[in-house]
Design a protein around this ligand. Structure first.
Ligand SMILES: *Cc1c(COP(=O)(O)O)cnc(C)c1O
Length: 392
């Protein structure tokens, strides 16, 4: 079975597709008809790979975490996406999409952001490549994430508050889509995860697939074998996980584990564990698992980590879940916090709260002594210091 790419209509099994208002058709069609040819061209790859190397700082290390390995009685490698410029994996995608937009002749970039991480990555790429940048952000998130708002402004982006609905991420997405309809000729919409209408999930997965490409090469060099026994990543929309799984999903001997945000617990009413709580539905342009009421109203998610606080999951992951190709764990706020403090104490690495959800799988699953386990450390914890301080 090919789990890696969608079919020509953008479906991974029964999930995916492009459910968009008619007025968005021209934009999405233009992208669909051109993205593969552009991003696979030698010229594009040359520019992109050079920037990944010298600007982002890739390849990121594959670090053998010896203290953590000893504690859990297995061999654990951390893929250090936290060492990327801007502090997480999001720059891999933002940079790729802004380069693509330039080649499509666009001069204006829009993006949505929740915690501000994707907004900062996109504003960074726009500053570098000289494009106008507008970031939509829920009014409440603007108040909660002041440092990232300041970064985006310093980088030259305009941050526009979304004032409708719950004034958070999903409302920012709606505002961005409205903008895109009105400015289709000049503007590209940089979506920040493996969500949205086809071809976005595939486009974003391809840009993030650099993560597993490097893991293969680095494992080969370090262990003499290019595949691990397990790969583990946290899933919000699912972009760092898609990147971590990409070059392993079609290899049966690699076991795949995804960590979702359980929030206060899956039965608490305050959770973001979409595969446990979601049902088939359409959210932000694609068919996938969605946390919704019986009559299709989206349920407000909750997670201690803003990056996992999303009521859906990308179609790539919904398919892995449905086919049981990946095992999903729901990690509660408390468990993620405990793992963040543990990694800090044992290895001297302060992880993002999102990444701490992936680390917490170590407490839930028993690994063998000779297993090789690779965990994606999707980002660094600077942005979460306020939360960590409150819980010291
Ligand atoms: C945004 C973010 C995530 C969640 O997004 P995905 O698309 O699921 O990867 C995870 N980790 C960090 C550090 C983030 O900034």
């Amino acid at each position: 079975m090919n789990y890696k790419n969608p079919d020509e209509h953008g479906y991974y099994g029964e999930f995916g597709g492009a459910f968009i208002p008619e007025m968005l058709y021209p934009n999405v069609e233009e992208l669909k008809n051109n993205y593969l040819e552009i991003i696979e061209s030698e010229d594009f790859q040359h520019e992109y790979q050079n920037l990944l190397k010298d600007y982002v700082g890739r390849a990121t290390p594959l670090y053998l975490a010896q203290n953590l390995s000893k504690k859990y009685g297995t061999t654990i490698y951390l893929k250090r996406e936290d060492l990327n410029h801007t502090g997480a994996h999001k720059i891999n995608n933002a940079l790729g999409q802004v380069l693509l937009a330039k080649r499509l002749g666009k001069t204006r970039i829009i993006a949505e952001t929740g915690a501000g991480q994707h907004g900062v990555a996109t504003a960074t790429a726009c500053a570098l490549l000289g494009l106008e940048c507008i970031v939509y952000m829920g009014e409440i998130d603007i108040q909660r994430q002041a440092p990232n708002v300041a970064r985006m402004k310093m980088l030259g982006a305009e941050v526009i508050p979304a004032t409708s609905g719950s004034k958070t991420l999903k409302d920012a997405v709606n505002e961005a889509l409205r903008d895109w309809i009105n400015n289709s000729v000049t503007t590209h919409y940089v979506i920040g995860s493996v969500v949205g209408p086809h071809p976005f999930p595939d486009l974003v997965a391809r840009f993030q697939s650099i993560i597993s490409k490097e893991i293969r090469e680095q494992l080969q060099e370090k262990t003499g074998r290019s595949t691990p026994d397990y790969v583990i990543a946290c899933v919000g929309g699912g972009s760092n996980a898609a990147g971590t799984f990409y070059h392993f999903v079609n290899e049966e001997n690699v076991k795949i584990i995804a960590a979702e945000a359980g929030g206060l617990g899956i039965d608490s009413g305050k959770s973001a564990a979409t595969t446990f709580l979601g049902t088939l539905g359409v959210l932000h342009g694609s068919k996938s698992l969605v946390m919704q009421t019986e009559d299709g109203q989206v349920i407000e998610p909750h997670s201690i980590s803003a990056g996992l606080d999303y009521p859906g999951i990308g179609p790539f992951h919904a398919h892995l879940f449905k086919e049981k190709r990946a095992e999903f764990f729901s990690i509660n706020d408390e468990e993620a916090l405990r793992s963040a403090f543990e990694l800090t104490k044992l290895e001297g690495i302060i992880p993002a709260l999102e990444s701490a959800h992936a680390l917490a799988v170590l407490d839930k699953k028993k690994f063998n002594e000779n297993d090789v386990v690779v965990i994606c450390l999707s980002g660094r914890g600077d942005k979460d210091m306020e939360t960590y301080l409150k819980n010291l």
